[in-house]
Write a protein that binds this ligand. Structure first.
Ligand SMILES: [Zn+2]
Length: 325
């Protein structure tokens, strides 16, 4: 029996996660099929201050465990050794056999720890061909980006991911489909669609209460491709969306997170017209999104967007990296 819980009218999403999750469970006496989410807090960082004087920091990263009576599949297992241990202990506590770890896109913060988890549980790592190519590109960026900011915290991260036929795997009779949605916050994003749970694990296509990484829009001429990707997620008609970056106090309501992600892009487009500098853009966004987490991501975005505008002709990749350092 599924119980419908409508939280939206109260306008308060806090502490409602468990209620929202309860309705996701299709259970009978002998069969379980459900999901749960573990959010790793960002690792410590010691590379300076933001324009408003706050210390820099990362963004929380969400990993989703989809599981049946015996088996389980995990998504996006974060990136530091400490995060891998915390996530691994949580997964172990579920008492399932972890068969696969699915990576939604190439950004290292979602998968550099995949090898540790794959080894611990004897699981296979799975991604689309496009994501695998982006994983290699992120490995190449480790020395001058990731390992600079998170020195000594990231484990060896060989790309062991494989593709699967039709981008589809089956978990105790239920389809898990990796849907390629093109460019969102980076090239070759994908999402994981679980029709029987009305669930989309959205990686970095949809965000939930955290600043969005807008910088790579300079490579594709704006937010058009990202908007198309959001439309593809919406067309899957999910009721629940797990966002790769999120405030864990918030629920997984699909309609709300899609609308808020679109609005964030609309606001960014407006502020890019009205604000003259990266710092002005940063401050204006904070004013509109005072509760959003991950202001360092906002600053990396602003630095890149205005850096490309002010230094046309310079190497775009270097301007993107500079925003993080
Ligand atoms: Zn990300």
């Amino acid at each position: 029996m599924l119980e419908e819980i409508n939280n939206e009218s109260r306008g308060d999403h806090r502490d409602l996660r468990k209620d929202a999750r309860r309705e996701n469970r299709a259970m009978s006496a002998t069969v379980t099929f459900t999901y749960d989410v573990f959010v790793n807090d960002p690792p410590p960082q010691n590379n300076g201050l933001l324009p408003n004087g706050e210390p820099k920091g990362g963004s929380p990263v969400a990993s989703t465990l989809i599981y049946g009576s015996k088996d389980a599949v995990l998504t996006d297992p974060a990136f530091t050794t400490d995060q891998a241990h915390a996530l691994g202990d949580w997964v172990a506590g579920k008492g399932r056999n972890l068969t696969d770890i699915i990576i939604t896109h190439g950004h290292g913060d979602h998968w550099f720890a995949a090898g540790l988890l794959a080894e611990r549980f004897g699981a296979r790592v799975v991604a689309t061909p496009g994501t695998i190519a982006q994983m290699h590109a992120n490995i190449a960026a480790r020395p001058f980006l990731w390992d600079k900011v998170y020195s000594g915290m990231i484990p060896p991260s060989p790309v062991t991911a494989v593709t699967v036929p039709g981008n589809r795997i089956t978990l105790e009779g239920h389809d898990l489909v990796i849907v390629e949605v093109g460019h969102a916050d980076t090239h070759d994003n994908s999402v994981l669609h679980v029709p029987d749970l009305a669930l989309v694990v959205a990686g970095d296509v949809i965000y939930n209460g955290a600043h969005m990484y807008l910088a790579e829009s300079v490579i594709v001429g704006g937010f058009g491709p990202w908007r198309e990707a959001i439309g593809m997620v919406e067309a899957l008609k999910p009721r629940h969306i797990v966002c790769g970056h999120q405030n864990k106090q918030l629920d997984d309501n699909a309609e709300r997170t899609i609308a808020e992600t679109r609005r964030y892009l609309d606001d960014a487009e407006e502020l890019l017209r009205t604000e003259n500098t990266a710092v002005d853009f940063f401050n204006a966004k904070i004013e509109r999104y005072s509760n959003h987490l991950a202001r360092t991501v906002l600053w990396a975005s602003a630095s890149a967007l205005y850096g490309v505008r002010e230094h046309s002709g310079e190497d775009v990749a270097q301007l993107l990296v500079a925003g993080w350092l």
